[in-house]
Design a protein around this ligand. Structure first.
Ligand code: HXC
Length: 516
């Protein structure tokens, strides 16, 4: 073959490879309202930045006629490119080839980019649309999955790992995303479950659709598996591009700084009035969070799950921060199992990737009762405690109102190595809320009184006056400063500047034993 023909032959092969499972399969994919694996990469990455690896890999299997149906790429497209000019690695399952199922070759291709990403310290994004283990390959496929899981774990906390769910993810296909840092799902066309509706029907006699079992809304609000949900694939990929603007490339880097015109000493008079005079009345903590962040912009994570705690990213004077906040508007901001786990995982992510944690606290305590005790609130609450205690990034707390009992200790208190703890003048910091505390410590006086209810009310007022304020804690150095709410942004930015070169570490060990 002449050189010219060889070059033409290469181009022809590239064109074939780019068609994956063929034109008909691509049309079928589009009819289902889904994009192809290549179209997705185009949407995710900066224009023309994609460099493909392993385009010509073919299947090794010989069972059930697989060797007669050799397709370049074998059901996955892998490579690297850039997002906002920063390097990322990507793998995108191609549903047009054996339903995007995972063969040994597919696994080898994924592992190759996983290892490259870790070596050069860049985020990796997996785009998932797959029928799970390639059934024809049996145990080779299982071994392949396992080799991917291993890299997911070894690279956890080294490079950010993100999963886009844009089709089915059944069986083995769910565990790699589950081991990654963030899961993005699209409504209607994506679902995740270990066993599909048919098996559920046989085993559990339960009638359930794919969407009811593992759709985006279910995982966003009920299971807490997914972190972000979108109506269409384009918005989902824009969402991933945005999230990456808050993340460093790897655990050795700082998150990217972003210039801002928002004055660092901007005051917000509204914050002086946001906490209602009546301590039983709720307010929206998101207003506080938005108010203090640059351009009032907050990227909320897991917005629909355990809404009694709020987590997400923002910036203070250009520097990325992670926010953890109680939400008095939902269940009075009480900490239950779901909220504790949600916050714990977020804090640990921030600590892995050098993102300071800012905590806004208004918490009446942990949720009492059999439901939560049987759920293991002790163990789950301990996760949050553990996460705050082990984190060595800058940690700042603002107590806006209630800080009672164990929940006070847990929410980044001074004795958990909280670097700076501010309180607003409306803060109530004590072992218990005034009602519960008075019923216990003044029990004799109350029962002996002519009008026990009146007596209790008097005692509650007395207790509140004496203990439910920030000055007892400030007098003991447990609160560093009581601040006027309107200058909270200014105070946080000052504290962040002071903590810029913070160095702290944990004792050398193999790893801790977080109460899972
Ligand atoms: C090989 C597969 C496949 C698979 C789908 N295909 N899944 N081929 N292995 N796992 C093929 C189909 O045969 C079909 O080929 C093409 O992909 C498209 O599939 P359809 O069924 O036509 O598509 P759709 O109706 O959209 O349904 C998609 C689906 C369904 C819901 C994913 O295909 C399905 O239920 N697949 C099986 C899912 C599953 O149980 N996987 C194994 C999980 S066990 P043709 O040639 O007709 O186009 C597992 C164990 C790992 O993963 C555990 C590790 C921890």
């Amino acid at each position: 073959m002449s050189r010219e023909r060889k070059i033409l032959d290469l181009k022809a092969r590239q064109d074939i490879a780019k068609l994956g499972g063929g034109i008909q399969a691509i049309e079928k994919q589009h009819k289902k309202g889904k994009l192809t694996a290549r179209e997705r990469i185009e949407l995710l990455l900066d224009k023309d930045s994609f460099e493909e690896i392993d385009m010509f890999r073919i299947n090794k299997g010989d069972a059930f006629g697989v060797s007669d149906k050799q397709i370049y790429g074998d059901g996955i497209i892998t490579g690297y490119g850039s997002i906002h000019g920063r390097l990322v690695f990507v793998f995108s399952y191609d549903f047009t080839v054996y339903g995007g199922s995972l063969s040994q070759v597919v696994a080898e291709k994924v592992v190759k980019v996983q290892e490259m990403a870790a070596k050069v310290g860049a985020p990796i994004i997996g785009i998932n649309d797959s029928g799970g283990a390639r059934i024809q390959e049996g145990v080779d496929s299982l071994a392949g999955y396992t080799s991917i899981f291993l890299r997911n774990v070894l690279q956890s906390g080294v490079i950010p790992q993100i999963s886009a769910m844009v089709g089915p993810a059944a069986g083995g296909a769910v565990y790699s995303p589950a081991l990654m840092d963030f899961i993005f799902m699209v409504r209607k066309t994506s679902f995740m479950f270990l066993t599909g509706p048919k098996i559920v029907k046989t085993v559990n006699h339960e009638d359930v659709t794919s969407d009811q079992l593992g759709g985006a809304d279910v995982h966003a609000s009920k299971s807490g598996i997914t972190h972000f949900t979108f109506d269409d694939e384009k918005s989902l990929f824009d969402g991933i591009r945005e999230l990456l603007t808050f993340l460093p490339q790897n655990n050795m880097e700082e998150p990217p700084y972003k210039e801002t015109d928002d004055p660092w000493d901007r005051e917000d008079e509204n914050l002086n009035y946001i906490v209602p005079e009546n301590p039983h009345k709720p307010y929206d903590m998101k207003e506080v969070v938005h108010s203090i962040l640059d351009e009032n912009y907050f990227l909320e994570v897991m917005e629909l799950y355990a809404q009694n705690v709020i987590v997400g990213f923002g910036r203070l004077n250009g520097k990325v921060v992670g926010i953890v906040a109680n939400q008095p508007k939902v269940l009075a901001g009480v900490l239950d199992s779901k909220a504790s786990v949600k916050a714990a995982r977020f804090i640990r992510f921030c600590d892995c990737f050098n993102i300071p944690v800012i905590t806004f606290e208004d918490v009446p305590g942990f949720m009492p009762g059999t439901v939560e005790e049987y759920n293991g609130i002790i163990r789950h609450g301990a996760k949050m405690l553990y996460a705050y205690a082990e984190a060595t990034v800058p940690k700042i707390t603002v107590i806006t109102r209630k800080a009672y009992g164990g929940a006070f200790c847990v929410m980044n208190s001074k004795h958990l190595r909280g670097d700076v703890v501010y309180a607003w003048p409306m803060a109530e910091i004590a072992v218990m809320g005034p009602q519960g505390a008075s019923e216990i410590i003044f029990k004799k006086e109350i029962t002996a009184a002519e009008d026990p209810e009146k007596k209790l009310a008097e005692k509650v007022d007395e207790y509140r006056e004496k203990f439910a304020n920030p000055y007892v804690a400030a007098g003991k150095g447990i609160v560093d400063e009581v601040i006027e709410p309107k200058i909270t942004r200014y105070k946080l930015i000052k504290a962040m500047e002071m903590l810029h070169n913070k160095r702290d570490q944990n004792p050398p060990k193999k790893h801790g034993n977080i109460p899972l």
